[in-house]
Design a protein around this ligand. Sequence first.
Ligand SMILES: [Zn+2]
Length: 249
Amino acid sequence: MSGCSSAEVIELTPSELLRYERQLLLFGVEGQKKLKKTSVMIAGVGGLGSFEALYLTALGVGKLVLVDGDTVEDSNLNRQILHWTDDIGKPKPISAAEKLRRLNPNVEIVPVTERITRDNVDDLVKQVDIVIDGLDNWEARFILDEAAYRAGKPYIHAGIYGFEGQVVVIVPGETPCLRCLLPPSLKSPSKIPAVGPIVALVGSIAVTELMKLVTGMGEVNKGKMIVVDAYTMDMMKIELRPRKDCKCG
Ligand SMILES: [Zn+2]
């Protein structure tokens, strides 16, 4: 796993051994050390990003870089669970960092109050081992996908629309990229229908895939699109193929 290239010796403190007791039963001290060595960028700290950040912090990754250029608004509060009523007007990465540090002080939280652009994306991706998607628009996702692929870093795409959502685990050199699957001209509506429990459902699938990728436990759904329809509660997986004329090939 690319996240574990550091030669630095990572140990768990007695308080971490207590904190993670129940998950150590699942993936052991070695799995927990792999999580602690891993740095993750959360691209967008809205609905999906709030949920992903909360659970990655509770899991005990080493570092989270939170990237978002927006401030908290009233209409965010139905689903963006890291932002509360008295946070309205605050930059989202700052609002999120305040709670995450209280949840787990062992995790280094780095707030970045910027929008993802072609100019800053490479510097942001360079700081982490894995990128996870909390975005709400395709333009920024394609910029991120391209940069992560270029840097050889796994990118876990997640997206929702109303009752539906999808997750794709993209690993450079092993799987197709996002641009193989979707036309780069794809545009997002300015307001996507979104409700908290479905954001949580899809965010949870994305974090679970990241956890399996890092710890080496379970089957990671590389190169497949996991599609959830919460209206019926059906889930399916679609095998993805690389597109011959894609730049990633
Ligand atoms: Zn591609």
